[in-house]
Design a protein around this ligand. Sequence first.
Ligand code: FMN
Length: 182
Amino acid sequence: MDARELILGRHSVRDFLPDPIPKDIINEILEAGRLAPSTQNRQPWRYLVFLENAKIRKLALNCGLIGLSNFFIRKAPCLIIACADLKDNVKINGQDYYLVDTAISFHQMLLFARNYGIESCWLAAFSEKKLKHYLKLPANWKIVALAPLGYPAEKKGLYSRAVSEFAKSKDRKSLEEIVRYL
Ligand SMILES: Cc1cc2nc3c(=O)[nH]c(=O)nc-3n(C[C@H](O)[C@H](O)[C@H](O)COP(=O)(O)O)c2cc1C
């Protein structure tokens, strides 16, 4: 897949086949995140990878998911939680950069996964407090986001169709609205 299709053809996928993702592909996806740029090259990201559906189902019940629609994660064959270790956070002029760094790295992984026909969806609708407690994460770690990954199912489920419609997922602001030439 060329870079154009990789980026322009991406959309959130919430319905997955149960087929597992081979471990060597998972490692390549993680490598795409490992090589990302970061503030002062501090690489604050840390990744927790779930490859067993039973564990993902359990996690879905223990991460304080907001809204029934987000339970779609329970069907995924893989789930990655993107965290940041605040000891590698850089603060510049009062601004923390761990979120930017980790988001770049994570999105790099999710885009790269498309090379293998693997799709995903960012997820922010969880309780950091509950998930941190459930996973017994160190106090200085932040959970930035999670994403289920898998091979897309042919048909979209009821919830994913509703979410796409609710979020108007196909809509984008025009260039005129988001760009200013100075
Ligand atoms: C940081 C972030 C958090 C998101 N959280 C959720 C979420 O909790 N649940 C969900 O179904 N989609 C979530 N999304 C997906 C967005 O709804 C989606 O990206 C947006 O509607 C555009 O649609 P598209 O990704 O299909 O282009 C999230 C996306 C981002 C970038």
